[in-house]
Structure formats: structure tokens, C-alpha cells
Design a binder for this molecule. Sequence first.
Ligand SMILES: [Zn+2]
Length: 255
Amino acid sequence: MPPEVSGEFAWVAAPWGLALHCGALGPVAHGWTTRQLRLHRTPEAERAGWAAIGEAVGLSPDRVVRLSQVHGAAVHVATNGLCGIPEADIALSDAADRVITVQVADCAPILTAHRSGRFVAASHAGWRGTAADVAGVTVRALADRYRAAPDTLSVAIGPCIGPCCYEVGEELVGAFRSKGWSEADCQRWFVRHDGRRFLDIWRATADQLERAGVPGAQIFVSRLCTACHPDWFFSYRRDGPETGRLAGFIRPVPA
Ligand SMILES: [Zn+2]
């Protein structure tokens, strides 16, 4: 049995088994994979994995847009050509003939949809992305590109490492401070227990979204920790660099 989810989240059937789904994202086809889908190990497995993600939203393998993620906050607009794998951590799209994706193993896979379903984003944020305000950058990029106002967006954060398991060093707090985050933000996002520090990416991302103008009632956190559920999720922190990858994927509805 998959880990329990609540609120708008549900497990739905997918070509590889189960995908996580968030009903609050409205009419867009989307989801997050589990370790039932391997996106790693061999090129063949990887190709088959991405093809299965296309199939999950009714598209052929050549319609799957991938990013070469670099832990930054650069934006790729997936409206034009489908050639190559652009270097970016945020993808935007209004093209219903393709699906945009991000891949993670502990980092946050963030999916955003306009209430019409016509404009969407997929974003990747680990600690570097969170410090770079990937969530806020995504919201502003959707407004710039599509005039999608922040209060018309719903945002869902899929499985990623939780504050239960993401122990970090004190220097990370310094890295956030140097990016301009306030002492209050750092106190809220870096929780202490037993004299140790843990980064709460769920809370930081939700705070950044609210600050960018997304109403709190339109922000949904799955609260599924990748490190806590070895049977269902890959985790870099738990398994090391050879672990597999999970994907978040989203396809807008036609204009
Ligand atoms: Zn955990």
C-alpha cells in the first residue's frame, strides 16, 4: 500500500503502477511518479521511463520536455522547439501538445496550474533552489509570460525530503542569509531539534509562494517525505547518488 495522503492528494493508476495526483490543480493532466518507475540506471530504462510519463498524459515520447537541472532558478519556456534538453530548473508551458517535467530525488517537484488549466509550470527546488526563491520566480514568470495573476494559480508540492529527515549544517543558514532571507525566515525554515538543524522545504516553499501572491488556500503540500518511505520513493540522502529519480509532470489543456 502506498503512503497515506490527505486533502486534495490521491493515488491514481498510471502506466507504471501508481501516480500521485492533486485534484486542486484542476483540469490539467499531471502527477508525480513513484519508484515503480525507474528513471535511472541505464539509457534504455530512462527512455522507457520518460515514454511512460508521456503515455500517462496521452502523448508520444517525443512530446516529453525535460530539463537539464542545475540547482538554479532559470526559466525555460517550452512553447517552441522540442530539440535538446535546456539547462533550467523551471519550465513554463501553454502548449497542450507536450508535457513538461522535472526530476528529483529529495528536492521538491513543484507543479503550478492556472485555474483555466491553460498555463502551467514545473519547478525543481532543493536547498539551492529554495535559497534562490524558485517558487517565487515561477509565479512571477507565469505572470510575465502569460499574464496569469498569482491569485489565479494553484500550486502543489510533490514528494520530497521533509523536515523530519533533512538535517543540514549551520553553514546552510548562512547561505540563505547571504541570499537576503531574513532572520525570521531562517528561524522558521531551519527548525532545531536535539541541537540539530533541519531544513523545512515544505514550509519555505509555501511561504515563498504566499509572498509571491498565491493565496494560502491554493497551496498544497503532499507532506510525503522521500527519505521516510523507502518502498515508494527514491532518496538521495538515504540511498546516495546512485539512487533513482522521481518525476513531476504536467500538461496544460488546449486553448
Ligand atoms: Zn522524513
